[in-house]
Design a protein around this ligand. Structure first.
Ligand code: HEC
Length: 195
């Protein structure tokens, strides 16, 4: 199964914004790409980008995205009008934009802890920056929470939306992401107070 947004729910057009996206969304996506280690903390592509591209888990050109979106639309329009189906798929796009706001804010909080040396760079980290690809081996509770926010709750948010399941998208996705962010903010406060 190959979808427009891909497994990670990320699209770029040659490491530039997908046409028509607003700057804020792009800035948030860049933050997410940094946490995935695809971009380094200065925003330059890393060797991991090639690994991710090889695994085909994100869309790297607008054409790649558009081709899959057109295929999906062709399926929807077997039963629905094109306008209806298109508008509905765009609601899914917008929920990703909203989720990315929460997620990027959480990443920036954890990145700030590295920047201020409250968290120390683990030996197996390439940079003093949160690394989402440590998955459940993330080295600190706050990064464990970031991992769950990413691979569990952000996934539910957009996959629920594109599967026509607003209940799942909202309660098990959006709501959990809000809880993650609130707790990450609290953990940040406590870690800073301790240090
Ligand atoms: C085989 C026909 C068929 C296809 C293909 C199809 N739908 Fe539907 N869709 C329906 C029917 C029938 C309903 C009404 C179901 C009902 O009211 O219980 C529906 C309902 C919906 C609803 C309203 C859901 C709600 O809770 O009100 C949306 C939104 C929707 N479809 C979007 C899509 C999208 C987007 C696609 C393509 C990804 C798609 N559909 C593909 C037949 C189809």
């Amino acid at each position: 199964m190959r979808t427009a947004w891909g497994f990670l729910g990320i699209r770029t057009d040659g490491l530039a914004p997908y046409p028509g996206e607003d700057e804020e969304w792009w800035a948030n996506r860049v933050t997410i790409l940094k946490a995935l280690g695809v971009l380094d903390p200065d925003g330059k592509p890393t060797a991991r980008l090639d690994v991710m591209a090889g695994a085909d888990v994100l869309r790297l050109t607008a054409g790649d995205f558009d081709r899959e979106r057109a295929k999906m639309l062709a399926t929807c329009t077997e039963c629905h009008s094109e306008n209806y189906a298109k508008a509905d798929l765009e609601k899914g796009d917008r929920i990703i934009r909203e989720g990315d706001k929460l997620f990027a804010e959480a990443i920036r909080i954890v990145a700030g802890l590295y920047q201020d040396s409250i968290l120390e760079k683990p030996d197996n980290y390439a940079y003093a920056f949160p690394d989402l690809l440590t998955f459940h081996d993330a080295p600190t509770p706050i990064e464990q929470r970031l991992f769950v926010m990413h691979l569990k709750h952000r996934m539910r948010l957009f996959q629920g939306a594109f599967h026509q399941n607003p209940d799942y998208s909202l309660w098990y996705g959006w709501n959990e992401m809000q809880l993650d962010l609130t707790d990450i903010k609290q953990m940040n406060k406590e870690l800073r107070a301790e240090n």
